[in-house]
Design a protein around this ligand. Structure first.
Ligand code: OSB
Ligand code: MG
Length: 358
């Protein structure tokens, strides 16, 4: 595989509903979409870096800078046997996993398309539908949250995740248990708690949650799931050995691409730690990549790879990604990511474009 051209685009799209986490509220996304051309084929990738450095240190603009100035020159015109070889070629660039992942994931798409096979097959996944959960942001009131939960359960989602923060934690969970009974439920604090909050957080043990995502390593009986702190396979290995988590959320952007995500998946399988696929409010492009990775065998918990209409309307792809009444999503069967990217919609959302060539 030889990449001859890389096209970077900065896109801006309004979200259908604002999304609020412990670190703030977003009502639009601006993100980098990257396509790679070579060997007579094109691959596409979406960078999950958000506008602000609160989930991690990367932002849309740092990703653009790193991709155009440092990643592109290390891959353009170079022969790679396999997309697995891209990660090692970028090793001199420290960090910046989301920027690297966008390029690497586009290269996997290119390689799969050129081989005429769906991406899941190249990744070592299975031809299965995947179980979808849903992530509900912090709401203005318990009533507004109840309406959202009701709608998402009616849509078939197999697990509800709510975002929590100090001041919005035990009460929303209690409300959901009282109104909706024993539905599969989890919470995500996005690292908003400190050691002093341990006793308060332990109150969540009373509600039989599937897991609590990314708090301090508190004295909870409920399984703890780690997301933002697991940036490498070595960190995961240490966290598992320390008993710091019992579940891991995999996001390929956070890990630097598919190759490292597969290594993390395999390590977790070996250690009997179940995994699920996280989301970063992706458009249909990134969402399609996530679907394919979710078909690997140890993705045994419902992911945040939900229907595309929850985020953008219309989305950038056709057909849209939809969740069936049983809470599952079908994985596209065509070559590569297997969805059609609508060029006119991408053009309309583009605010900046740069083409780099070998
Ligand atoms: O912690 O998973 C997270 C969105 C932005 C930053 C961090 C997270 C999230 C989500 C969104 O939970 C999940 C989705 O894409 O639906
Ligand atoms: Mg999370």
């Amino acid at each position: 595989m030889r990449i001859q051209t890389i096209e970077l685009r900065l896109l801006r799209l309004p979200l259908v509903h604002y999304f609020e986490t412990s670190f703030g509220r977003v009502d639009q996304r601006s993100f980098v979409v990257l396509s790679v051309q070579g060997d007579g084929a094109t691959g596409i990738g979406e960078c999950v870096a958000p506008e602000d450095p609160y989930y991690s240190s990367e932002t849309t603009e740092t990703a653009w800078h790193i991709l155009s100035e440092f990643v592109a020159p290390r891959v353009l015109g170079i022969a790679f046997d396999h997309p697995r070889a891209i990660g090692p070629a970028l090793k001199a660039i420290r960090g910046h996993h989301m920027a690297k992942a966008a390029l690497e994931m586009a290269a996997w798409d290119l390689y799969a398309r050129r081989s005429g096979i769906p991406l899941w097959q190249l990744l070592g996944g299975r031809s299965t539908r995947i179980a979808s959960g849903v992530s509900i942001g912090i709401q203005a009131s318990l009533e507004a949250l109840a309406e959202k939960v009701e709608a998402e359960l009616a849509a078939g989602y197999r697990r509800i995740k709510i975002k929590i923060k100090p001041g919005w934690d035990v009460e929303p969970v209690r409300m959901i248990r009282e109104r909706f009974g024993a539905v599969p439920l989890m919470v995500d604090a996005n690292a908003a708690y400190r050691l002093d909050d341990a006793a308060h957080l332990a109150e969540l043990d009373a509600f039989d949650l599937m897991m609590v995502e990314q708090p301090l390593q508190a004295r909870l009986r409920t399984p703890i799931c780690l997301d933002e702190s697991i940036k490498t396979v070595a960190l995961a290995d240490a966290a598992i050995a320390d008993g710091a988590c019992r579940i891991i959320n995999i996001k390929p952007g956070r890990m630097g691409g598919f190759a490292e995500s597969i290594r993390l998946h395999d390590l977790c399988a070996q250690r009997h730690v179940p995994v699920w696929h996280g989301g970063m409010l992706e458009s249909g492009i990134g969402r399609a990549h996530n679907l394919h990775l979710s078909t690997l065998a140890n993705f045994t918990l419902p992911g945040d790879v939900a229907a595309s209409h929850r985020y953008f309307e219309p989305d950038l792809i056709e057909p849209p990604i939809e969740v069936a009444r049983d809470g599952t999503i079908g994985v596209p069967a065509g070559p590569g990511i297997g969805v059609e990217v609508m060029a006119d919609r991408v053009d309309a959302a583009t605010t900046r474009r740069q083409v780099l060539s070998a």
